[in-house]
Design a protein around this ligand. Structure first.
Ligand code: AP5
Length: 226
């Protein structure tokens, strides 16, 4: 079977992390979420984390040159030989171009870009109630996807916290950043016939079903092209 190289695209809070975790388990592919990678670096006080923190706290993107190397290294690794799922990367046109160049260098290409589409109003509602597992970033929502025990991650028992960038004024800034810097990728990938749009406003299980159907089609197309 051909490799599956996927990108999850969408505004903050559209459900990329929620669906990305499911996809990682279903497809058994490595899942690289740049937000999680950067938050771990901030927590571990690495050089990457020290650089990234000020940008993240105010809802800006970290500079392209900081993040491109982080992802290039991972897709060039043995574990990503059969494919990968990228969440939160690329987020700018230069990042998309760098990803395309790296894949070209490796003789590979993207299989599909899955856009999880939701409105700004829904983003505000979702991020206001999000709770995130402190250790591994598993995501919950106080109303839409509550944990079994309040304040505790169902998966690894870690405390659930409110992310620093889930304050209303930072959420608004992140949305602005998405519309100005990341949304141009919709056209960028549409003209390459890679974009698949999923309605992210439905409940998580329905979004997961829509993603599965889209992936089945992408797989068929990729196998036919081999
Ligand atoms: P990152 O962590 O990637 O943040 P984001 O893209 O803003 O996405 P989120 O994690 O906020 O949301 P999500 O789409 O994963 O939604 P989730 O599943 O959690 O990045 C953080 C920061 O890092 C950036 O601001 C930037 O500074 C930096 N950064 C990262 N990548 C970068 C890059 N490439 N370049 C430069 N800088 C970069 O869901 C949200 C909530 O909704 C949850 O509570 C969930 O339970 C709930 N929910 C999910 N689906 C549904 C549903 N269908 N119905 C109801 N509720 C739902």
């Amino acid at each position: 079977m051909s490799e599956l190289n996927l990108v999850l695209l969408g505004p903050p809070g559209s459900g990329k992390g929620t669906q990305g975790e499911r996809l990682r388990d279903d497809l058994r592919l490595p899942y690289y979420a740049t937000g999680d990678i950067l938050r771990a670096a901030v927590r571990d006080e690495t050089e990457l984390g020290r650089t990234a923190k000020e940008y993240m706290d105010r809802g800006d993107l970290v500079p392209d040159e900081v993040i491109v190397g982080v992802i290039a290294e991972r897709i060039d690794s043995e574990e990503a030989a059969d494919g990968f799922i990228l969440d939160g990367f690329p987020r700018t046109v230069p990042q998309a171009e760098a990803l395309g160049a790296k894949l070209g260098e490796l003789g590979r290409a993207l299989t599909g870009v899955l856009l999880i589409d939701v409105s700004d109003e829904e983003v505000m509602r979702r991020l206001g109630g999000r709770r995130t597992c402190e250790r591994n970033g598993h995501v919950f929502h106080v109303e839409f996807n509550p944990p079994e025990r309040e304040g505790v991650c169902d998966i690894d028992g870690s405390p659930l916290i409110v992310r620093d960038d889930d304050k209303p004024e930072v959420i608004r800034k992140r949305l602005e950043t998405y519309h100005s810097k990341t949304e141009p990728l919709v056209d960028h990938y549409n003209v390459q016939s890679l974009l698949r749009r999923i309605d992210g406003a439905a409940p998580p299980a329905e979004v997961a079903d829509a993603l599965s159907r889209t992936l089945a089609t992408l797989r068929m197309e990729a196998d036919e092209a081999v």
